[in-house]
Design a protein around this ligand. Structure first.
Ligand SMILES: *[C@@H]1O[C@H](CO)[C@@H](O)[C@H](O)[C@H]1NC(C)=O
Ligand SMILES: *[C@@H]1O[C@H](CO)[C@@H](O)[C@H](O)[C@H]1NC(C)=O
Ligand SMILES: *[C@@H]1O[C@H](CO)[C@@H](O)[C@H](O)[C@H]1NC(C)=O
Length: 260
């Protein structure tokens, strides 16, 4: 089974700062941070000034200046482009974009991470040379990044271990199976340790040698019991085509409900 690429989730949040409202016309400034790569290499900052639902003036960081869309705004654009303070402010906004995107990613990650379910099983026990193969499986976790390691009496083991990460068909949760081949000694405790973003501290499962029979084929995929809200929210986030983080001019607090 092949390692499946991580599904990326996309984010949109929008807070617009209304600067006037009269007789059904309104003006607003919209700031947008648009990107599609996690390293933000293609990040574009846009600041749009709209009146009566039409963008009249826009700063685009790729262009590096304000562009006017109406005749009468040409002068504004020219004046702002020549004002070093305003140009400096646009540079600061680009940095703020990075900051907000990081913050938003953290919020999304925290609210959507799903704890792994862990199971330890015996794959093989060779009576002749006492070689034993154990398997530690973690199911139904999100996001993809996870660390599974083995401990002997609480200390990390360096013995041969192999891992296979995969994504179960039909959902976006991951599972990982890590094998350990070792020679048992009496009185020792072998444990599997799982570290994941959804966990405050690592999960440690001790192997109980008295458990019978290899259980390699018993795969319990228990996706039940998940809050429907999480499913809908996560699915929604996954299907956004572009990451677009929009933020308001003077609105500092991010409304988490908008994120969801
Ligand atoms: C606002 O837009 C509408 C339609 O787009 C247009 O008919 C109207 O004249 C505009 N008003 C102003 C003040 O520009
Ligand atoms: C920003 O400017 C670049 C270069 O002209 C352009 O390719 C891009 O589409 C603009 N972005 C938006 C959202 O208008
Ligand atoms: C134990 O024997 C099996 C075959 O019976 C072999 O595959 C395995 O590598 C051996 N393990 C060790 C640690 O010698």
């Amino acid at each position: 089974m092949s390692r499946t690429k991580c599904l990326r989730f996309y984010l949109t949040f929008l807070l617009s700062a209304f600067i006037s409202a009269a007789d059904g016309y309104y003006a607003f400034i919209l700031q947008e941070c648009i990107y599609s790569y996690p390293d933000l290499s293609d990040l574009v900052f846009l600041e749009s000034y709209s009146f009566n639902k039409t963008v009249q003036l826009q700063f685009n960081s790729t262009v590096g200046k304000f562009v006017a869309f109406t005749e009468k705004d040409m002068q504004h654009a020219k004046a702002w482009n020549e004002d070093p303070n305003i140009m400096q402010l646009m540079k600061v906004n680009m940095e703020l974009c990075k900051h907000y995107i990081q913050l938003a990613d953290e919020i999304i990650l925290l609210s959507n991470s799903v704890k792994p379910k862990v199971k330890l099983s015996l794959v093989k026990w060779d009576q002749d040379n006492h070689s034993t193969i154990l398997m530690c499986s973690a199911y139904d976790f999100y996001p993809e990044q996870i660390k599974v390691s083995w401990l002997r009496d609480g200390k990390p083991m360096t013995s041969d271990m192999t891992s296979t990460l995969e994504m179960a068909d039909g959902d976006w949760y991951y599972q990982i199976h890590t094998h350990l081949e070792y020679t048992p000694k009496s009185g020792e405790t072998i444990s599997c340790m799982v570290e994941h973003a959804s966990l405050i501290k690592p999960l440690i499962y001790d192997w109980d040698p008295s458990l019978p029979e290899p259980e390699r084929n018993k795969i319990a995929i228990g996706a039940a019991g998940l809050v429907l809200g999480i499913i809908i929210t996560t699915a929604g986030l996954f299907y956004y085509k572009k990451k677009s983080a929009l933020m308001g001019m003077r609105a500092i607090p991010i409304d988490h409900s908008v994120l969801m």
